[in-house]
Design a protein around this ligand. Structure first.
Ligand SMILES: Cc1cc2nc3c(=O)[nH]c(=O)nc-3n(C[C@H](O)[C@H](O)[C@H](O)COP(=O)(O)OP(=O)(O)OC[C@H]3O[C@@H](n4cnc5c(N)ncnc54)[C@H](O)[C@@H]3O)c2cc1C
Length: 411
C-alpha cells in the first residue's frame, strides 16, 4: 500500500500552498489528490505548464503577511513576475463625504499588499508542486472512500480508471466549499446565504491606477477595484442576487459607465472590459475542523464574503501555523494525526479565524444596513479615521494581514 506522512485532498490555492510549505520546511512525504489536471513533469524533466482550470478569471488581493509567507516558502520570485503591488488603499462610500486612505509610506512598508491573477497563482503553485521531489501528485484523481484507522487514514483514490488505497498519518481536507470529503466524514457545514453575488471582471481605466486599491461601499453593495499589471484593474462588484441579470445584460459601454458612476468618476472612465463572471456569496463554516488523524482547511473549513479580500489570506495563516505544529510533532516524535497536535493548531488559529470571519461578515452588514443614522455614522467614521492615526493603522494592519498576535508563520 502506498504511504505518505500527509495526504492533501484538493490541490487548489490552499491545498497547494500547504503542500509547498511542508515540502520546503519539512522532510515529510506528501501526497496531493486533485480532481483537475495539474502540471506534470515529462521524462526529460520539463513541466507541462497547464493553467489549472480551478483558477478562474478572478484575482486575489494578497496581504503583506501573505506575500512575506509566500516568499518564506520560496514562491515569491516566480509569483512576482505577474503581481501588481498595492501602494495606496482608498476607502469611501458612494454619495457620502467620508473617505479614508492608507499609504505605504505612513505604514513604513515597501507595499501594503499585492494583487495576483488566480490563473498565474495556479501556474506557480502547480509548477512548484511538480518540482518538489517530496510531493507526489495524483491528478486528475478523486477520493472514493475514507477509512479512519488507529493511526491516520486509509484513502481510496481513483486515478486513470484505477482505484488504489493510500495510507497517511494525517489527512488534510482542502477540497473547497462543496467538500465531498467532509460529507464522507459526516462533518456538517453551517451556511448563511447573503442573497448576494460577486460580479467579477477586469477593466482598463482611462487614468493610470498608480497601484491604488479602491474599496467602495455603493448603493448595491461593496465593490473593490484592484490594480493589476499592464494598467488593468480587477473589479469585484457585490450585488443583490436579483440585480445580476440586469448587470449581465448591459453592453460593455453601459457596464463601464455604471462602474464609473459607482466609482464617482475616480478612474476617469474605462476603455475596455473583460468577461463578466459571477459567484453566489455565502458564509460557510465547517462545524468541525479537526478529527483524530484529519484536519479541514481552506474553503472546506471557512468560506467568507469577499468584501475584505480575506479568505485566502486567512487560509495562508492557517497553513503557516499548521506547518509549525507539524514540525513540532516531528521533533517530539508524536504522530502527525494525534488529536492533541491538531487541537494545538486549532487553539492557535481560533482567535484569528473568529475575528476575520466576523470582520468580513459584519462589515458588509453594516454598510448594507438601512437603519437611520447608521449611514451618517459610517461617513463620519471614515472621516474620523482619516484624522485618527491609531484607528487607521489598525485598519491598515488588518488589511495587510499583520494584526498583533497573529503569527505569519515565518519561523
Ligand atoms: C469573488 C471572490 C473574490 C475573492 N477575492 C479574494 C481576495 O482578494 N483575497 C483573498 O484572500 N481571498 C479572496 N477570495 C477567497 C479565495 O478565493 C478562497 O479563499 C480560495 O479560493 C480558497 O481556496 P481553496 O483551495 O480552499 O478552495 P478551491 O479553490 O475551491 O480549491 C479546491 C480544490 O479541490 C479540488 N477538489 C474538489 N473536490 C475534490 C475531490 N473530491 N477530490 C480531489 N480534489 C477535489 C478542486 O478541483 C479544487 O482545485 C475571493 C473569493 C471570491 C468568491
Amino acid at each position: 500500500m502506498k504511504k505518505y506522512d500527509v495526504l492533501i485532498v484538493g490541490g487548489g490555492m490552499v491545498g497547494a500552498s500547504l503542500a509547498c510549505a511542508l515540502a520546503t520546511k519539512t522532510a515529510l512525504s506528501i501526497g496531493v489528490v486533485e480532481a483537475r489536471e495539474l502540471p506534470k513533469k515529462s521524462p526529460d524533466g520539463k513541466l507541462s505548464q497547464h493553467f489549472n482550470p480551478s483558477y478562474d478569471e478572478r484575482s486575489t488581493a494578497l496581504s503583506l503577511g501573505t506575500c512575506r509567507y509566500l516568499e518564506n516558502i520560496g514562491l515569491w520570485d516566480a509569483l512576482q513576475e505577474h503581481v501588481e503591488e498595492i501602494h495606496h488603499i482608498h476607502v469611501s462610500e458612494q454619495g457620502k463625504f467620508g473617505v479614508t486612505s492608507l499609504e505605504r509610506e505612513e505604514e513604513g512598508v515597501e507595499f501594503l499588499g499585492a494583487v495576483v491573477e488566480n490563473a498565474w497563482l495556479g501556474v506557480v503553485l502547480g509548477a512548484a508542486m511538480a518540482s518538489h521531489s517530496k510531493i507526489n501528485l495524483h491528478s486528475p484523481a478523486t477520493v472514493t472512500s475514507l477509512q479512519c484507522l488507529e493511526e491516520g487514514y486509509c484513502v481510496s483514490v481513483e486515478e486513470n480508471g484505477h482505484t488504489e488505497d493510500i495510507h497517511c498519518a494525517l489527512l488534510v481536507v482542502a477540497d473547497g466549499a462543496n467538500s465531498s470529503c467532509c460529507k464522507m466524514l459526516s462533518i456538517p457545514h453551517a451556511q448563511e446565504d447573503y442573497d448576494q453575488v460577486a460580479l467579477v471582471t477586469n477593466l482598463t481605466p482611462n487614468i493610470p491606477h498608480q497601484k491604488m486599491a479602491y474599496e467602495r461601499f455603493t448603493r448595491t453593495g461593496p465593490m473593490a477595484l484592484l490594480p493589476l499589471r499592464d494598467e488593468r484593474q480587477a473589479l469585484v462588484l457585490t450585488l443583490p442576487s436579483d440585480q445580476l441579470e440586469a448587470y449581465q445584460a448591459m453592453n460593455d459601454e453601459a457596464f463601464m459607465a455604471a462602474v464609473d458612476e459607482a466609482m464617482g468618476g475616480r478612474c476617469g472612465g474605462f476603455s475596455k472590459v473583460g468577461q463578466r463572471l459571477s459567484y453566489p456569496l455565502r458564509l460557510i463554516r465547517a462545524e468541525q475542523q479537526i478529527l483524530p488523524g484529519c484536519v479541514v482547511i481552506g474553503n472546506a473549513a471557512h468560506s467568507l464574503h469577499p468584501i475584505a479580500g480575506q479568505g485566502f489570506n486567512l487560509s495562508v495563516r492557517d497553513v503557516a501555523i499548521l506547518t509549525e505544529e507539524l514540525i513540532v510533532a516531528v521533533e517530539q516524535r508524536v504522530s502527525l494525526g494525534k488529536f492533541s497536535v491538531l487541537q494545538q493548531y486549532l487553539e492557535r488559529r481560533d482567535l484569528d479565524q473568529h475575528a476575520t470571519i466576523q470582520f468580513s461578515d459584519k462589515l458588509q452588514k453594516i454598510f448594507l444596513s438601512k437603519v437611520p443614522g447608521l449611514s451618517l455614522a459610517r461617513s463620519a467614521g471614515l472621516t474620523v479615521l482619516d484624522f485618527w492615526p491609531t484607528g487607521k493603522r489598525a485598519l491598515a494592519r488588518q488589511a495587510m494581514g499583520l494584526m498583533a498576535g497573529v503569527s505569519n508563520g515565518q519561523h
